[in-house]
Every structure is written in structure tokens, then in C-alpha cells.
Ligand binder design. Structure first.
Ligand SMILES: C[S@@+](CC[C@H](N)C(=O)[O-])C[C@H]1O[C@@H](n2cnc3c(N)ncnc32)[C@H](O)[C@@H]1O
Length: 268
């Protein structure tokens, strides 16, 4: 799916030097051996040895795919042909590219810039609560919750986004948000640590395991919240969440998208 959040022509292929291991692994391994994407990635890596070196060292598990791709790249390409391949890959990976440019992510991603924090506050009472935000991104949910909560733990596996949030905390003297590394698959906190565990655009790869982890860290009587931002996509409610006991709240976004927000009361 293409979101057109960026104009790939304007981005250097060196952007990939800012990426974390989990993204490098996704770029190299998810797509290994697959048609047009792989052909272009092969060229881009073969003609950008610094990026290829960085990928192979940052994600050693991807080294065999990287070597295979470099070996299959055609020789003696023109600068124009190389740039075309780079732009193809940058465009294909735009969702990962925006993670290393948090300001651009805030400006260009409709789910962030078009969002109103009241949409979060309608889902639960955050007053004086201890809150976890999984996959915080630039902190859309975390900083909103912090206006009411006692403390917010913003967990984010992408280094550039963690640093973006830390800079914002310092700049704006925010004293109740803590930024941490971590993924939803293995939340770095003890059982029953939070009143609310929330996320947006994160849950979905493995509902059972992810919801079990969220439930584990929420106290009895607390909430799990899934609150996506605003966009123009037509969608159906997420039956996987509903059949696991989530309540959904629906509205149409200003740009005509079907937006479902979800909450689940945790009983232990
Ligand atoms: C589409 S962004 C959404 C950011 C933010 N939740 C929001 O709605 O504004 C997805 C975020 O999830 C993070 N992420 C990716 N895989 C993750 C995982 N397994 N566990 C936790 N976060 C993850 C990404 O680094 C990115 O910041």
C-alpha cells in the first residue's frame, strides 16, 4: 500500500543509515527474492556500499540476503539508472523512511496531523493514571495522555523516534513522560504495572500474543486502548479485536475515513 507521505525523489538513500536493526531486517529479509522490489534493492545496495556495509553489520542475520542481492545487481549502470532504483526503494519503504525523519512524520502523516486528542480522552479517564503507550512514534498518544495522567511510559523500538520524544520532553519541560525502548511482543515491565496500556497502529500482527502481553501489564480494572489517528481510509471494524472482548467506537473522519477506536476493560 502506498500512502504518498513523502516524495521519494527528495530523499537521500543515506536515510537508510539511520535505521534500526529490526527495520534493516524487515527491508532485507521480508522482500528477499521478490521481483521488482528485490531488483531495485539489489541495485541500490550494490551501488551504495556504505549502506550495504551498514545493513550487513547492523543486521548480521540479513548478511546472506544482502550478499545475494549485491551479486545479482547488473554492472555498469548509469547514475540515472541507480537513482531510479534508489527512489523505487525509498518510495516502497516510505513507512520506515518517515520513522527517521520525525518532523516530516508529524507534518505529512494524516493520522498524526489531523488528530484531536479528545478522541483519546473519550476512551478512558486518564486523570492521575499510570499509562503505557506501545509503539509511541512521535508521541501522538503519549503526550496527549500526559496532560492528564500521573505518568506516561512511551515505549518505542525506533531510536530516531525515541530521541525525538526526548528532545520534545526537554524543550517543553514535560516531567511526567519517560521514553523507553521495547516492543509489544515483550513489554519491558512487570505484570500489573499500569492503569492503561494503549497503542495506535501497532496491534495486528499477532493478536493473541500482543493482547496477552498488554493484558499482562495492566492492573485488574484497567484498560487496554487501541486508538488510531485520522485518515481517509474506508475500513470495517476489526473483528479480531471485537471477538477478543474489545468495545468499538466509530466515527467518520473529516477526510471521510472510517475510524474505529477500541477499548477493553481488563478483569483478572
Ligand atoms: C504507524 S506508527 C504509529 C505511531 C503512534 N502509535 C501513533 O499512532 O501516532 C507505528 C509505530 O510502532 C512502532 N513499532 C513497530 N513495530 C513495533 C513493535 N513490534 N512493538 C512496538 N512498536 C512497534 C514503530 O517504530 C512506529 O513508531
Amino acid at each position: 500500500m502506498s500512502f504518498n507521505w513523502i516524495n521519494a525523489e527528495e530523499f537521500s538513500f543515506n536515510s537508510f543509515l539511520l535505521m534500526d536493526r529490526w527495520i534493516v531486517r524487515m527491508i532485507c529479509n521480508n522482500y528477499a527474492g521478490c521481483g521488482e522490489y528485490c531488483d531495485n534493492l539489489s541495485i541500490a545496495l550494490a551501488y551504495n556500499p556504505s549502506v550495504a556495509w551498514y545493513f550487513a553489520h547492523k543486521s548480521p542475520e540479513s548478511k546472506p540476503s544482502i550478499e545475494k542481492m549485491i551479486a545479482m545487481a547488473p554492472k555498469n549502470l548509469t547514475p540515472h539508472e541507480i537513482r531510479k532504483a534508489e527512489v523505487f526503494v525509498i518510495h516502497a519503504m516510505e513507512t520506515a523512511v518517515v520513522y527517521v525523519y520525525p518532523d516530516i512524520m508529524n507534518q505529512n502523516c494524516d493520522y498524526i496531523y489531523g488528530w484531536d486528542k479528545q478522541l483519546l480522552f473519550e476512551l478512558a479517564d486518564f486523570t492521575d493514571k499510570v499509562v503505557l503507550d506501545l509503539g509511541s512514534g512521535t508521541g501522538r498518544l503519549a503526550f496527549a495522555a500526559a496532560e492528564k495522567a500521573k505518568s506516561v511510559y512511551a515505549s518505542e523500538p525506533t531510536d530516531m523516534l525515541r530521541e525525538y520524544m526526548r528532545d520534545k520532553i526537554k524543550r517543553e519541560n514535560i516531567n511526567n513522560v519517560v521514553v523507553v525502548d521495547g516492543t509489544i511482543e515483550k513489554i519491558p515491565y512487570e505484570d500489573n504495572s499500569f492503569d492503561i496500556a494503549m497503542s495506535g497502529h501497532v496491534v495486528g500482527d499477532n493478536y493473541d500474543a500482543q493482547i496477552a502481553e498488554l493484558s499482562r501489564v495492566v492492573k485488574n480494572g484497567g484498560y487496554i486502548i487501541d486508538c488510531i489517528g485520522e485518515d481517509n481510509r474506508k475500513r470495517e471494524p476489526d473483528e479480531e479485536l471485537i471477538k477478543r472482548g474489545f468495545e468499538s467506537l466509530y466515527h467518520v473522519s473529516i477526510s471521510g475515513g472510517d475510524i474505529y477506536r477500541y477499548r477493553k476493560l481488563v478483569r483478572k
